[in-house]
Design a protein around this ligand. Structure first.
Ligand SMILES: *[C@@H]1O[C@H](CO)[C@@H](O)[C@H](O)[C@H]1NC(C)=O
Ligand SMILES: *[C@@H]1O[C@H](CO)[C@@H](O)[C@H](O)[C@H]1NC(C)=O
Length: 415
C-alpha cells in the first residue's frame, strides 16, 4: 500500500514536471519575434543616446533593423475613432503593407530636392502676405487644386488682407502617371505660380517629409509672411473667419491653433492597421497634435518649428510628428472650436437629413473631408448676397439642391 502511494506521488510529480516543461517551451515559441526584440531593445530607448528627455522618440537607426513582420499601414487615430475613411488618393488602406524596417533604415534620408519652386511667392507685396495658404495635394488631384483656387484658396485681397497660396506636392508613386504629368505639372506651375514639388515619393507615410520641407521652404522663401494656414485639399476653409481671428493676434508671437487631439495612444496591436511598434515610439501617449484637415500658425512659430523639426526623427504619421516638434519647443497648441470639424452634416447628406444650413458653416473655420462639388457649393452659398444669417436660431428649412444652387450660380458665378 505504502509503495503504491509513493509510486502515485512520484508519478504525479513527474507528470507535473513534464506538463510545466511543455508549457514553458510552448510559451517561448508563442512569443513573437518582434516582442522579444522589443524587450531587448527597450533599455536602449532610455540609454545615453537619448539624453534629450524631450525627444524620447528619437531612436538610433540600428535599433529596429532586425527582420520584422511587414505590417499594414497606420491611419490617423482620430479617423479611426470616427470611422472615417481617407478620401485622398493617398489612402493608406490601398497601400501595400508598410515596411517599418525600411522606414527606420531610410529615415536619415530626409533632404530632397525642390523640383519646382516659387521663390517670389511672398515677395509680390511689400510687407509680405498676411496669410499663406499651404495645401497638401498630389499631382493627380488637379481638379481639387482647381476648385480650391477658385473658392477658399483665392489669392489677393480678402477683407483687406493679402492672401497667397501654394500647393505642396511630391512625385507620383505611380510611374506611369509621372510620365504624363511631368509636362502638365510644369504647365500648371507656370500658369498659377502656386506649385511646390519635391523629389520624394508622394505617399501617405511620406507626408512627414512634406511637413519638414514645407516648413524649411517657408522659413527660407516666405519669412515675411504673417500667418500660415496649412491644410488638406479636401477641406473647406472659411478664410474670412480665419482672417478675423488672426487679426487679433501678433505674428511675432507663438501661435498654433487647430483641432487639437490630446492623449491619443499609439496602437500596439500588431495586426491592427494602425500599429506603431514600440521600437518606433516607446511612450504610451502621443504629444498633443493637430488633426482634422488644417491648422494655423504664426510666422514666429513657423520659424521655430522649422528648426525644431530638423532635430526630431522622422515619424510616419505627419500630424503626430508635428506634435513632437511642438513638444520639443514647449509650445502648447491651442484647440479652437472653429476647427471642430467632426459630426457636421455635410451637404451631401442633406437630401436625406434635410438639415444643411450654410449659416451653420458661417461660424466655422475648417470643415474636413469634402468632395470637390461640396467645396464649390459651400463657398458659393456662403458668398451669396442672398444669404442672411441674422437670426441666431433660424428655423431650419428643408434643403433644396436645385433652388439654392441656381440662386448662388446667379449670385456669384464661378470663374
Ligand atoms: C498607374 O496609372 C495608370 C494610368 O492612370 C493606371 O492604368 C495604372 O493602373 C496605375 N498603376 C497603379 C499601380 O496604380
Ligand atoms: C518616401 O520617398 C522616398 C523618396 O522618393 C522613397 O524612397 C520612400 O520609399 C518613400 N517612403 C514611403 C514610406 O513611402
Amino acid at each position: 500500500m505504502r509503495v503504491r502511494l509513493k509510486g502515485d506521488a512520484i508519478c504525479t510529480l513527474f507528470l507535473l514536471v513534464v506538463l510545466c516543461s511543455l508549457l514553458y517551451f510552448q510559451l517561448e515559441h508563442l512569443v513573437p519575434v518582434g516582442n522579444k526584440e522589443l524587450t531587448q531593445k527597450k533599455p536602449s530607448i532610455t540609454s545615453k543616446t537619448f539624453s534629450d528627455s524631450r525627444a524620447p522618440w528619437r531612436l538610433m537607426p540600428a535599433e529596429a533593423t532586425e527582420p520584422r513582420l511587414q505590417v499594414t499601414p497606420v491611419l490617423r487615430q482620430r479617423e479611426v475613432a470616427n470611422k472615417r475613411v481617407q478620401t485622398t488618393t493617398l489612402s493608406p488602406l490601398s497601400d501595400s503593407a508598410f515596411n517599418f524596417k525600411g522606414y527606420l533604415l531610410n529615415k536619415d534620408n530626409r533632404n530632397f530636392d525642390l523640383l519646382i519652386n516659387q521663390p517670389k511667392k511672398c515677395r509680390r507685396t511689400p510687407g509680405g502676405p498676411f496669410l499663406l495658404i499651404a495645401i497638401k495635394s498630389v499631382v493627380e488631384d488637379f481638379d481639387r487644386r482647381e476648385i480650391v483656387r477658385k473658392t477658399w484658396g483665392r489669392e489677393g485681397l480678402v477683407n483687406g488682407e493679402q492672401i497667397q497660396r501654394v500647393f505642396l506636392l511630391g512625385t507620383p508613386k505611380n510611374r506611369t502617371v509621372l510620365a504624363t504629368w511631368e509636362t502638365l505639372i510644369h504647365q500648371e506651375s507656370q500658369m498659377y505660380r502656386d506649385i511646390l514639388l519635391w523629389d520624394f515619393m508622394d505617399t501617405f507615410f511620406n507626408l512627414t517629409l512634406k511637413e519638414i520641407h514645407f516648413l524649411n521652404w517657408a522659413a527660407e522663401f516666405c519669412h515675411n509672411v504673417k500667418f500660415i494656414f496649412k491644410g488638406d485639399a479636401d477641406v473647406f476653409v472659411n478664410v474670412e473667419n480665419i482672417i478675423d481671428f488672426l487679426e487679433r493676434h501678433d505674428p511675432t508671437e507663438d501661435l498654433f491653433v487647430g483641432d487639437i487631439i490630446y492623449n491619443a495612444r499609439p496602437i500596439r496591436v500588431r495586426k491592427s492597421k494602425y500599429y506603431i511598434p514600440e521600437t518606433m515610439y516607446g511612450l504610451s501617449i502621443y504629444p498633443a497634435y493637430a488633426g482634422g484637415g488644417g491648422f494655423l500658425l504664426s510666422s514666429h512659430t513657423m520659424r521655430k518649428l522649422s528648426r525644431a523639426c530638423k532635430e526630431v526623427e522622422l515619424f510616419p504619421i505627419d500630424d503626430v510628428f508635428l506634435g513632437m516638434c511642438l513638444q520639443r519647443i514647449n509650445l502648447k497648441p491651442i484647440l479652437h472650436e472653429g476647427f471642430k470639424t467632426f459630426g457636421i452634416v455635410k451637404p451631401s447628406a442633406a437630401p436625406h437629413l434635410q438639415t444643411f444650413d450654410p449659416c451653420f458653416y458661417k461660424d466655422l473655420m475648417v470643415v474636413h473631408s469634402l468632395k470637390v462639388a461640396e467645396i464649390w457649393l459651400m463657398w458659393n452659398l456662403l458668398h451669396s448676397p442672398r444669404l442672411s444669417c441674422t437670426q441666431k436660431k433660424q428655423v431650419k428649412k428643408p434643403f433644396q439642391w436645385k433652388k439654392k444652387a441656381q440662386t448662388t450660380m446667379q449670385a456669384s458665378p464661378l470663374r
